[in-house]
Design a protein around this ligand. Sequence first.
Ligand SMILES: Cc1ncc(COP(=O)(O)O)c(C=O)c1O
Length: 382
Amino acid sequence: MNPKDLENLYELPVYPRRDLVLVRGKGARLYDDQGREYIDCGSNVGVSNIGHGREEVAKAIYEQYLTLGNCYGMFYNPVRALLAEKLISLSPARLKRVFFCNSGAEAVEGALKFARASKGKGEIIAAMRGFHGKTFGALAATWGAEYQEPFAPMMPGLKHVPYNNFQKLNEAINDATAAVILELVQGEGGVRVGDKGYFEEVRDLCDKKGILLILDEVQTGFGRTGTLFACEQFVEPELLCVAKSLAGGIPMGAVLCSDAIKVPVKSHTSTFGGNPLACRAALATLEVIVRDGLPERARSLGGYFLKELQAIKSDRIREVRGLGLMLGIELKEKAGPYVQTLAEKGVIVLLAGATVIRLLPPLVITREEIDKALSALKEVLA
Ligand SMILES: Cc1ncc(COP(=O)(O)O)c(C=O)c1O
């Protein structure tokens, strides 16, 4: 049987599948089982910021697996130590410690728990259209009946307010509020960039009321928006959730924490969290991101991509928006059919809600590759 039939037969059908069998990737190119080449404008939903098939990461994990692949957090390990130091040295000044885990949802779970434990309070405010993952805690913070309803009841204590609306957030806060969790650019929610002024007001309010600010940078982290962390362009949080591209495609998440975060020993741990294999991959990935100036690359190429997209004259387009190489084309109609047509033209893109085409190319994408993607997008949308 071919891979499609086997997967359809043996896996729980939870993914909205595309009719593509991907077998290989290099840089910003992907290849299917028929040998067809695609320009990747999805990065496996924001994972492959340094591009596919990186020898630096392959070499690092090969060597590390032969040295020591796993090492539970009860034991010290030099590779984990190096990564912790590196991440803290690269992150905003307020963030002093890291908790390692294995995914974005797990980073959010950790942050929600750390916020409750540190404040001794249970309420957390999230935003409408926000996306934070699908495990129970993260799911309660994620917006959307389609995700929540099949799994009701939700974890209590979560409230949703309109995104980018300070007044509504202010009104929702009370004495039981422990934290606010937000994305700086809502990814799944339609590539919506929050206003700097909004985040500054939220930061001020949190400071005044002693509330923790959790920023979810699972999608915006590691150069995607033009700085290593998007929060460098906005405000600093007490808790910063990262994952996706942290370890170059090897599963890993992390919560970066300020001194305000205090959690009892043993209360939150993870068998695979901070395993040396993922840590080595992350060290190699961060080296590439910093050495090759990928955040700056995302800023300049993203600016070019955005400008060219905004110049497309099409009655089908409502708005083009984004930050760095995180771009959204909002259509006046459903975007799904265009995803298929673009793949037929050799460009892989993502959706963000029903009407938004989301572009998250690897940050190593070249100007020529962007131009190729642009000409397919123009053909399809104009
Ligand atoms: C902002 C944000 N937070 C959390 C998650 C969940 O990450 P994961 O799928 O690794 O659990 C995602 C995934 O898309 C995300 O975009």
